[in-house]
Design a protein around this ligand. Structure first.
Ligand SMILES: [Zn+2]
Length: 393
């Protein structure tokens, strides 16, 4: 007579090494591969931190991806310790794994003992639909989309550059968008600042931008700062953001922003536009040059947009703003090569892109020094700005 199923399990369990949750907890992260062999719905309800998921039904086909080295230490677990014992037996006897154990009592005992459980982020059915085209990209996928949803991005200005950037970052599912802008919507903005509308003329730009973002994507939380960024508020506003999108049009604020972000280690995606030309770079503190490495002194006065009203082609901030949004998505998800140490120049009339290398200045007054040596007093200070604008007429 064949043995009963319970008898088979009992026999197999005798041949498999079993370890206590205490031992697994002690060795977590120390070269032990922990594998959860339960079904996806069980995994989604919580799993051991750092564990890999290989459902028992896929054990033979997927184990090599999760544990390529057959002699490395592997601990399997399930809900109660039965399925993991059977899976350990399979790995040992059929697949040649030499150092496999099954965790006693499964995740049930693990939880009873009070050990930590990690909940994977799951997207709602609506989010799966909304971000479906991201989920199809291996470079983004669920992991990248989760990072976007967890990310906090600060936009300096809801103007020409900030408008398209805000809309696309909101559409991409950036979870928190901070917006710093103390202006009201004016009819002259609407030639390029596409987040605003004719019926919102006269309302604060932060409110107008919030309305547009809320209508586009309810996943996005907007944090409004209807103020001018200055030395008194910058540290308080920018702290805690993952990336800053710089669309400010004046050099004092750019230097201030640079010094503050180097101190806090926050990357800045910076763009500027004038006439038909735009430029773009990513300043990632200590990974590449900072803004002061590129511009130790302000550029020539005639190239300083802040010294007065200048013409700008309406679509140009769209082009540059979307390049900024692209760099933000790359920085947040880790996909691709961000524009660090490179300055991208775009000339709309000739339709040409030029890339220049930018090196870190070993004598940079800010980024060459330990961050705790940068004082409040020197932040944003640079050679004689007033005289510089006066010279521009
Ligand atoms: Zn520097």
């Amino acid at each position: 007579m064949s043995p009963s199923g319970a008898e088979v399990i009992r026999q197999i369990k005798q041949q498999v090494e079993e370890v206590d949750p205490a031992e697994v907890s002690e060795h977590l992260g120390n070269g032990v591969t922990v594998i959860d062999v339960r079904e996806s719905e069980e995994w989604d309800r919580g799993h051991i931190p750092g564990a890999k998921h290989v459902p028992r039904g896929y054990l033979e086909s997927r184990i090599e991806g999760a544990a390529p080295n057959r002699d490395a230490r592997i601990v399997l677990y399930c809900a109660s310790g039965q399925r993991s014992a059977l899976a350990a037996h399979t790995l040992k006897d059929l697949l040649g794994y030499t150092n496999v154990a099954s965790m006693t009592g499964g995740i049930t005992l693990w939880k009873d003992r009070g050990y930590k459980v990690e909940l994977p982020r799951t997207l709602t059915p609506q989010q799966r639909d909304r971000y479906g085209r991201h989920l199809l990209l291996p470079e983004i996928g669920l992991e990248g989309q989760s990072k976007l949803l967890d990310s906090k991005v600060l936009l300096l200005g809801a103007g020409g550059l900030g408008s398209p950037t805000a809309l696309y970052l909101a559409a991409a599912g950036v979870g928190t968008l901070g917006i710093v802008d103390d202006d009201d919507v004016d009819v002259s903005n609407l030639q390029r600042q596409i987040i605003h509308t004719t019926d919102r003329i006269g309302t604060p730009k932060v409110d107008s931008a919030e309305a547009a973002i809320a209508a586009l994507n309810p996943d996005v939380k907007v944090v409004k700062y209807p103020v001018r960024l200055d030395a008194s508020n910058i540290m308080e506003i920018i702290e805690g953001y993952d990336v800053i999108v710089d669309g400010v049009d004046n050099f004092p604020t750019r230097y201030l922003l640079n010094d503050a972000t180097v101190r806090l280690g926050i990357p800045v995606v910076s763009a500027s536009i004038l006439g038909f030309d735009g430029q773009l770079s990513v300043f990632k503190p200590h990974d590449g040059p900072c803004y002061r490495c590129l511009y130790p002194v302000p550029p020539p006065a005639e190239l300083a947009p802040s010294c007065g009203a200048n013409g700008v082609l309406g679509v140009l901030p769209g082009t540059m703003g979307l390049l900024q949004a692209t760099e933000v998505v790359k920085l947040v998800t880790g996909a691709g090569e961000p524009l660090v140490g490179r300055l991208l120049l775009y000339e709309a009339l000739s339709a040409t892109f030029t890339e220049l290398k930018v090196r870190r200045d070993p004598d940079c007054p800010i980024c060459s020094r330990p961050v705790d040596e940068i004082t409040d007093e020197e932040m944003g200070v640079f050679p004689d700005y007033e005289a510089f604008c006066a010279a521009a007429g």
